[in-house]
Write a protein that binds this ligand. Structure first.
Ligand SMILES: Cc1cc2nc3c(=O)[nH]c(=O)nc-3n(C[C@H](O)[C@H](O)[C@H](O)COP(=O)(O)OP(=O)(O)OC[C@H]3O[C@@H](n4cnc5c(N)ncnc54)[C@H](O)[C@@H]3O)c2cc1C
Length: 324
């Protein structure tokens, strides 16, 4: 059995959870095995029927586990692994998923490969995994000798696919956590100032770099975003360091990893630390006045010129199209 550990948030499963389920189903298909999903938290009973095409959903329902409680979650996952003996336990490679699985690995004295991007199944068993390191600039191939194999899946490494077919059996997993498992807990979540669509959900992301020149200039990127469907504005580290944008808008190795249909990079040189955050974009359009800028080597479309003329021209054309 392959255990997929899912992350419910705000009454739904996260995109990273659907990607994890897709990877688990694929691994099970290749190794002629079944998938059991585990959901921990408050209200997970109601979420269980939304998962399709797998054998079982285990629900560890507890109102005290509304948000991530590191030791309690690690205890529950460790108990499930000990009792159910999966061959592989796979969680999303989010900050929470990586933290959780590191704790589980330490508790059970098992090996763990985080942020996997590829799985190599031979003769019905998982032989090797490829994991992304240093923000995606290094790929590492690993063979894990301990059993069960603990893995996390790098966000956006694969696209989430819906499955039709069987509705799984829902089983309750009784939670045996005590007060001492709550020594570390989240007391408050402070939302970012950002309004509208998040960078990770947006279908179009417009990024601004040093070439923007000021915080004021980002207003035209906001205007461009407002004219496009499902678009959000991001930035490079130069822009966030200059306080032109909040740090939460930073795309890259030390920022957000995005995977939109289109990334429009304005006044961005294409440094590796930035590109690892946007390399999963389906298409990249670069606007840069320097024809030698490295971003043009990665871009699908390029416009050579001053963004302060090109972006307003784009806005004007879009307004014309919309009859605004
Ligand atoms: C450990 C580490 C982690 C890092 N993490 C990140 C990260 O997460 N994200 C990140 O972005 N960076 C990160 N960086 C920084 C990264 O190395 C680059 O310095 C940064 O991405 C460059 O930002 P930029 O493209 O805005 O600026 P620059 O490299 O200075 O490029 C500006 C570009 O704008 C163009 N330009 C200027 N004016 C105009 C104009 N009017 N019209 C059109 N084009 C114009 C220029 O030709 C140039 O290509 C990290 C660095 C380190 C060392």
């Amino acid at each position: 059995m392959i255990l997929a550990i899912l992350e419910p948030a705000k009454g739904a499963l996260t995109e990273a959870s659907w990607e994890t389920l897709t990877a688990a189903r694929d691994l099970a298909h290749k190794s002629n095995d079944s998938v059991t999903a585990l959901m921990i938290g408050k209200g997970v009973n109601a979420l269980a029927p939304t998962v399709k095409g797998i054998h079982t959903v285990l629900v560890a329902e507890d109102p005290r586990l509304d948000s991530y409680v590191p030791e309690a979650f690690a205890k529950i996952v460790s108990e499930v692994i000990t009792q159910r003996s999966p061959k592989i336990a796979l969680a999303p490679g989010t900050e929470t998923g990586n933290d959780l699985m590191a704790r589980v690995a330490a508790r059970l004295n098992l090996g763990l490969a985080t942020n996997c991007v590829e799985f190599s199944v031979e003769g019905g068993s998982l032989k090797r995994v490829t994991r992304s390191n240093w923000g995606g600039s290094l790929l590492e191939e690993l063979e894990i000798l301990s059993s069960p194999i603990l893995l996390t899946l790098a966000p956006h490494a694969i696209a989430a696919q819906s499955a039709d077919g069987t509705t799984p059996t829902v089983e309750t997993f009784s939670v045996s956590v005590s007060e001492k498992d709550f020594r570390v807990r989240i007391k408050e979540l402070i939302p970012t100032q950002k309004k509208g669509i998040s960078l990770t959900d947006a279908k179009v992301v417009i990024g601004g770099g040093r070439g923007m020149g000021s915080a004021e200039a980002f207003k035209m990127l906001e205007e461009l975003a407002s004219l496009l469907h499902n678009a959000a504005v991001g930035a490079t580290r130069v822009a966030t360091n200059n306080n032109w944008r909040p740090h939460s808008d930073q795309i890259g190795q030390t920022g957000v990893q995005i995977a939109p249909d289109l990334y429009i990079a304005c006044g961005i040189s294409g440094a590796i630390q930035h590109m690892v955050g946007c390399k999963n974009s389906k298409k990249i359009l670069a606007i840069n006045k320097d024809p030698e800028a490295p971003i043009f080597q990665r871009a699908d479309y390029g416009v050579i010129g001053d963004l302060h003329q090109i972006v307003p021209a784009l806005i004007a054309e879009l307004k014309k199209l919309k009859g605004a």
